[in-house]
Design a protein around this ligand. Sequence first.
Ligand code: GRF
Length: 203
Amino acid sequence: MKIGILISGRGSNMTAIVEAVQSGLIADSEVVIVISDKTSAEGLLKAKERGIETLTIIKKGRTREEHDAEIISELEKRSVELVCLAGYMRLLSKEFICAFPDKIINIHPSLLPSFKGLDAQRQAIEYGVKVSGCTVHFVDEALDHGAIILQKAIEIKDDDTAEGLAARILEHEHALYIEAVKRIAEGKIKIVGRRVVSAKQSE
Ligand code: GRF
């Protein structure tokens, strides 16, 4: 399975996926491209250091559709079969979603559908929930909305700060994202309506 990863920043989830692929944990797969929409993304260097081709495609005055079209074209050129969003800070256009139907996944640092959007860890603390976590989900046109692949719950402590909680959630994000990519690569899951289930269950 050829994987393309989109980032905007630090790239720790991207690095986790790359290392899982390179170590053989995710078999028969290859990360063929890492694309950033920001020249300053720290993840670019991390990808290069691991021998992955990188591209920076900034939006600069173009419409979302025009920007996405260039990214789609670069992904298609490399026959990408799974697009992983890893801290990619843009909403994808309808054209992007349609170009890769059920082939785009994302990780979000909350238990969706709670706390969509930016600063999810701070939202969880301010709301006062006792449990938050992270979610890997398919991407559709709505923000943080597509079918849920995997979730991991993490308890919130009385003295948690947004930063502390974010760091604790991040420790689990990497393993969760790797497991989701592995299940897709091995053909172990399928989407039934809004539910992602074991491919065996509905055979
Ligand atoms: C992660 O918390 C992820 O859940 C969210 O953005 C952050 C990206 O971190 N979508 P990194 O760039 O993967 O280190």
